[in-house]
Ligand binder design. Structure first.
Ligand SMILES: [Zn+2]
Ligand SMILES: [Zn+2]
Length: 125
């Protein structure tokens, strides 16, 4: 969907996070651990919850956690997961390589959105 303009109004909308959950359920968005214990890295790859373009993004888990409150506490409360200790929130930005109208020159990739996904460290390899 390359004709979709770059998102500027609702860049961190909760709907992108909601869409991401649906994509993960459908296994169209996959999170895998690729780092070490010292430098935990996750690779997120699949379809963007907004533009639908395929992308792959590496996130250093520690850095992602430092930004973990970027979206505030919108509905992803830890009581969803009683065993909250192993659940990590990861902030992901679209990194697709398709063109989107209005994308700033300093952003070579993506359609402008940022969203949060939650992963269970214990269930990931
Ligand atoms: Zn895109
Ligand atoms: Zn996108």
């Amino acid at each position: 969907m390359a004709m979709l303009p770059y998102e500027t109004a609702d860049t961190m909308g909760l709907r992108w996070t909601d869409n991401a959950y649906d994509l993960i359920e459908a296994q169209k968005l996959v999170v895998t651990f690729t780092g070490t214990q010292e430098v935990p890295v996750v690779q997120v790859s699949g379809l963007c919850p907004r533009c639908g373009d395929p992308f792959t993004a590496d996130q250093v888990l520690a850095a992602a956690l430092a930004n973990g409150d970027v979206l505030g506490d919108q509905g992803t409360d830890r009581d969803m997961h009683p065993d909250a200790g192993s659940w990590r929130r990861i902030v992901v930005s679209c990194e697709c390589t398709e063109p989107h109208d209005g994308r700033p020159a300093e952003r070579p990739h993506g359609c402008g959105i940022t969203y949060v996904i939650e992963i269970d460290e214990n269930s990931a390899g």
